[in-house]
Ligand binder design. Structure first.
Ligand code: HEM
Length: 406
């Protein structure tokens, strides 16, 4: 059941398709060399299962913004089956459902709401860094990069006393599963992880129906029956929860990893954290983005990149490749926090599905990097990183480091 669900709705079959052709392997250190081989094959490269893949920035950017493409075939639009535990709400819907549902969630991410999180983020970052400094040697992911976004998104949703360790583990299982299910044991793990998060969310929804508060879940419930059906509430909360922490943890991890690999730039950041943290975050989003690709399905026959994408064919848009397109970015393969990029990166996608949480992710990552550089300028590796077992989501899952109190 899970396999079928991913194959059809999550266009997992498309996702496995480039993998068999491009030999993308989970946890691989350098998918970018593989993307270069796609680029060398042309703007739109046919895949074995009859879709297309593109590494071109102009093509990715225009397809993501083109309303003649959707996230799934127009044939299977509409709500997921009731109780479907992998339904990811509007991330996975075409208009008009997408428009209607996104409007319900959007107010929780207004600039005023996001700005209100600065204090919580600063406090969480400082507490985590105090604890890490007391240890000296620590794993950056469970000690810093994961608990921060979990603290923020659980507060935003109104989840009381979230267990960050458990959330991180379940999130990694769900995030990794987007690559495809590797067998029965993996399917069982995935079911257990999504059931555990759903139980937390279902309890919360029941509580907020009785006692509304000033949190995102209460605001979503206020729209129930009018803009959102009862069966659509849990999937929306699930989307916000998982999207809220499964990606930002990788942004922080990828940024620190890139900076420690480029010690002169880490030194620059430590010399001027207030100015350079934001630039370091943006360059990480370009050079090593947490979400490496997405896909779009044509609603009609469409000409693109010198080919015709037929109705119901998918185009896999390789975000990680587009961000290093040498026809757009100078020294595209070089990590440089001082650059003024020639174009906006596509790390948060584009068009109607542009990441609703982008301002929040940016705020978290900028404060995290700034405070890390201020408080741990002598941060160094204490072992090799281990990458998460996924090709769509990219980031470290183990990142041993050491920092001394100064
Ligand atoms: C959509 C990336 C953080 C919530 C997306 C998409 C990308 C993305 C690429 C679009 C997928 C597509 O076009 O098919 C990221 C990255 C993040 C991040 C790289 C962190 C560095 C967040 C956060 C939240 C969030 C903190 C907040 C809860 C969402 C939601 C959508 C989305 C709700 C669906 C938007 C739609 O379909 O209209 N994100 N995201 N994301 N993101 Fe994020």
């Amino acid at each position: 059941l899970y396999r079928a669900r991913f194959d059809i709705v999550y266009h997992g079959y498309v996702r496995r398709d480039p993998m068999s052709r491009l030999h993308l392997k989970p946890g691989r250190d350098n998918p970018y060399a593989i993307y270069d081989t796609v680029r060398a094959g042309g703007d739109l490269v046919p895949t074995r299962l009859g879709n297309y893949v593109t590494a071109s920035y102009p093509i990715c950017s225009s397809i993501l913004r083109d309303r003649r493409f959707g996230v799934r075939s127009s044939e299977i639009n509409g709500p997921g089956a009731p109780g479907d535990s992998l339904d990811m709400s509007f991330l996975d819907r075409n208009p008009p459902d997408h428009t209607r549902l996104r409007r319900v969630a959007q107010p929780a991410f207004s600039p005023r709401q996001i700005g209100g999180y600065r204090g919580l983020i600063e406090r969480s970052v400082d507490e985590l860094l105090d604890r890490a400094l007391a240890k000296g040697t620590f794993d950056l992911v469970p000690a810093f990069a994961a608990p921060l976004p979990i603290a923020v998104i659980t507060d935003l949703l109104g989840i009381p006393e979230a267990d960050a360790g458990r959330f991180a583990k379940h999130g990694a299982t769900i995030g990794g599963a987007i690559d495809g299910i590797r067998g029965l044991r993996h399917a069982a793990e995935l079911k257990a992880a999504s059931d555990a998060l759903d139980t937390v969310l279902t309890d919360l929804i029941t509580l907020r129906r009785q006692e509304p508060a000033d949190d995102a879940v209460s605001h979503i419930l206020a729209a129930e029956g009018d803009q959102i059906q009862s069966s659509e509430i849990l999937p929306m909360c699930r989307l916000l929860l998982v999207a809220g922490f499964e990606t930002t943890v990788n942004l922080i991890g990828n940024a620190v990893n890139a900076l420690l690999d480029h010690p002169a730039q880490w030194a620059d950041l430590c010399a001027d954290p207030a100015r350079l943290a934001e630039k370091a975050v943006e360059e990480t989003l370009r050079w090593d983005p947490p979400v490496q690709r997405t896909a779009r399905c044509a609603f009609e026959d469409i000409e693109a990149g010198g080919r015709v994408v037929k109705r119901d064919q998918f185009v896999i848009t390789l975000i990680g490749a587009a961000n290093r397109d040498p026809s757009v970015f100078s020294r595209a393969g070089t990590f440089d926090i001082h650059r003024t990029p020639e174009a906006d990166h596509l790390a948060f996608s584009g068009g109607i599905h542009y990441c609703v949480g982008a301002p929040l992710a940016r705020l978290e990552a900028v404060i995290a990097l700034q405070r890390l550089a201020e408080r741990m300028p002598n941060l160094r590796r204490a072992g090799a990183i281990r990458r998460r077992n996924a090709t769509l989501i990219r980031g470290p899952i183990e990142f041993p480091v050491h920092a001394d109190r100064r």
